[in-house]
Design a protein around this ligand. Structure first.
Ligand code: SAM
Length: 205
C-alpha cells in the first residue's frame, strides 16, 4: 500500500462517500438486516448510521488502518458492537456459517479478488442468510460504458483499485447467489461513476 492509499485515500472516501445524500441509498440497501452482520470493506464506518436497529453486531473486514481509526467515533456512538475480524474479504478468518447477514457498500468495485471474497461471504453466512449491498458499477448504456472502460485504468490507479466496469449482479450470480432484489438508480455524480445497484442475494449453502 503506497502513501496515497495509506494516508490520503481513506480520508477522501470518508468525505466523498459520507455525504448526506448517500445515506438514503445505504438505508434502502440495508433495510431488513438483523443480528450479526459481516461487513466487507467497512472503511470509516459510514454504514453504521444506516443499519436498522435490529443489527446488533458487525463483523468488520477492512484493510485500511486509517479507515479503521476514522471509524472510532462512529462505532462509539452507534450502539452496535463492532469487531474487526479481518483485513481482506478474500480471506476472512471466521468459522463457516456465523453471520445472520452480510453487507457491502461501494466495495465490490475495489476488492482485487472479488470472486474469492464473494465465496468467503457465502461461507461465513448462515445458509439462506441475506447479503445486502449497494454498489456503483457498469451502466447498461453503451455510451456510458464506453467512457467507463476508457476511464477505468486511471480510476484504478487513483482510487485504490476501484473499477468502474464491474457488474455487481453478474458477480453475485457467478458466485452462486440468487438475486432476489435488484434495483438501479443514478447517484448525483458524473455518469461513469453514477450507476447504482441495490441488491439482496442469498445462497442456499
Ligand atoms: C470506496 S471504499 C468504501 C468504504 C465503505 N464501505 C463505505 O461505503 O464508505 C472501498 C473500501 O474497500 C476496502 N478494501 C480494499 N481492498 C479490500 C479487500 N481486499 N477486502 C476488503 N475490503 C477492501 C478499502 O480499504 C475501502 O475501505
Amino acid at each position: 500500500m503506497g502513501l496515497w492509499e495509506k494516508h490520503v485515500l481513506p480520508r477522501m472516501v470518508d468525505k466523498m462517500c459520507g455525504t448526506k445524500d448517500m445515506l438514503p441509498w445505504r438505508e434502502r440497501a440495508f433495510a431488513g438486516l438483523s443480528g450479526t452482520v459481516l461487513e466487507i470493506g467497512f472503511g470509516s464506518g459510514l454504514n453504521l448510521a444506516a443499519y436498522p436497529p435490529e443489527v446488533t453486531r458487525v463483523l468488520a473486514v477492512e484493510p485500511s488502518e486509517l479507515g479503521r481509526r476514522l471509524a472510532a467515533d462512529r462505532i462509539a456512538k452507534s450502539g452496535i458492537d463492532v469487531d474487526f475480524v479481518g483485513l481482506q474479504g478474500e480471506n476472512i478468518p471466521l468459522d463457516d456459517a456465523v453471520a445472520d447477514g452480510a453487507a457491502s457498500a461501494f466495495t465490490l468495485c475495489t476488492i482485487p479478488g472479488v470472486e474469492q471474497a464473494l465465496a468467503e461471504v457465502r461461507r461465513v453466512l448462515k445458509p439462506g442468510a441475506p447479503f445486502h449491498l449497494v454498489e456503483h458499477g457498469l451502466a447498461p448504456q453503451p455510451n456510458v460504458q464506453k467512457w467507463q472502460h476508457r476511464i477505468d485504468p486511471i480510476e484504478k490507479k487513483v482510487a485504490g483499485g476501484c473499477h468502474l466496469t464491474r457488474d455487481p449482479v453478474a458477480l453475485l450470480r457467478a458466485a452462486g447467489f440468487t438475486v432476489e432484489r435488484e434495483e438501479h438508480d443514478w447517484m448525483k455524480a458524473p455518469k461513469p461513476w453514477g450507476y447504482l445497484t441495490i441488491a439482496t442475494a442469498r445462497a442456499a449453502s
